[in-house]
Design a protein around this ligand. Structure first.
Ligand SMILES: [Fe+2]
Ligand SMILES: [Fe+2]
Length: 319
């Protein structure tokens, strides 16, 4: 663990803490800016599909019309609905039927995955970071986050599903950062070292990429003009593991529920797939925000585990 980053302003005494936006050097900031600049903007059609599919009042034909403008997305949707997971007796090429069978929630997940795969790379593996695993993780976090929201409020539930899908989007951009660093001749401290002993995922990122996915994620969300709610979650979703409520920047203090939900959902999803935690348990304050108390086991119910099992089956279909 790097000694220069030890601090007592945290959840536990003398714990390593992640870099925040203001901590990174201007050289690295410029380099990230260059990388972010090259990542395509989110097309209006994708933004509209994500937004419309989050609204249960949306007209089916309107949504199908929007999807039709994107042939790659149409083929992804048909591929999923014709997969063995749905067990249709005859393959369908009817987009409207496919959207009905999948449901708006799954259509939105497919739209996001399709866009991110095209703009940030799909199936790439770098230093143990695998984009397909990342997508599975994001999907599980979204399912988990949705479970924390009352079913009677589909609109809010939709928002939390989106936050779950997007929360680690900065990780997808880390690959691009790695190539840019190489091009500029910058060798991060951790390259060529055995990082097995590194305690936290964020620490490993900083050693390999000079930055972590929280900082990149929030920069990316700003480029895509995503909402302040999304930016706050992308930037702060791991802060509860390192800081108390004072660690959340005041500009994001309205989004404590979102940050707490995604932080805790992230830990549950990681525990579920890897049987271990990659970060410390959040500060008790963030459990309280969700009406609960530590430890994490208190919020993991058998029903939630069943939903995660089912979600893991589904995500395999997404490829
Ligand atoms: Fe994360
Ligand atoms: Fe995550």
């Amino acid at each position: 663990m790097t000694e220069d980053k030890l601090t007592e302003n945290s959840n536990h005494d003398n714990i390593w803490t992640p870099l925040r936006s203001n901590d990174i050097s201007s050289e690295i900031k410029d380099l990230i800016g260059d990388v972010i600049e090259k990542i395509p903007d989110m097309p209006l059609s994708v933004q509209q599909i994500i937004e419309k599919a989050a609204n249960s009042e949306t007209d089916l034909e309107e949504l199908v019309g929007l999807i039709s403008s994107d042939p790659v997305l149409v083929s992804s949707i048909l591929q999923v609905v014709n997969s063995s997971y749905y067990g249709l007796s005859h393959k369908t090429d009817n987009l409207q039927l496919a959207v009905v069978l999948l449901g708006f929630k799954e259509v939105r997940s497919i739209a996001m995955k399709s866009f991110f795969a095209r703009s940030l790379g799909d199936g790439e593996v770098y230093e143990g970071y695998d984009t397909r695993q990342l997508w599975e993780h994001s999907y599980l976090v979204s399912v988990c986050a949705g479970e924390f929201i009352n079913e009677d409020n589909p609109q809010r539930r939709g928002v939390f599903l989106t936050l779950g899908l997007l929360h680690d989007i900065g990780k997808f951009a880390l690959y691009h950062i790695a190539f840019q660093l190489k091009e500029k001749g910058i060798k991060p401290k951790g390259i060529g070292k055995d990082l097995q002993e590194t305690q936290y995922l964020l620490e490993k990122e900083e050693l390999l990429f000079c930055v972590n996915h929280n900082i990149i994620g929030s920069m990316l969300a700003k480029k895509w003009n995503l909402s302040k709610r999304i930016i706050s979650v992308l930037e702060c979703h791991h802060y509860p593991s390192f800081f108390d409520s004072n660690g959340i920047p005041s500009e994001y203090s309205d989004f404590e529920e979102e940050i707490s939900t995604i932080c805790i959902s992230d830990l549950i999803a990681t525990q579920f797939t890897e049987n271990s935690l990659h970060l410390p348990e959040p500060h008790p304050h963030f459990f309280e925000v969700l009406g609960s108390k530590p430890p994490l086991e208190n919020v993991i119910t058998p029903e939630l585990l069943k939903k995660l099992e089912k979600a893991r089956e589904f995500v395999k279909v997404l490829g």
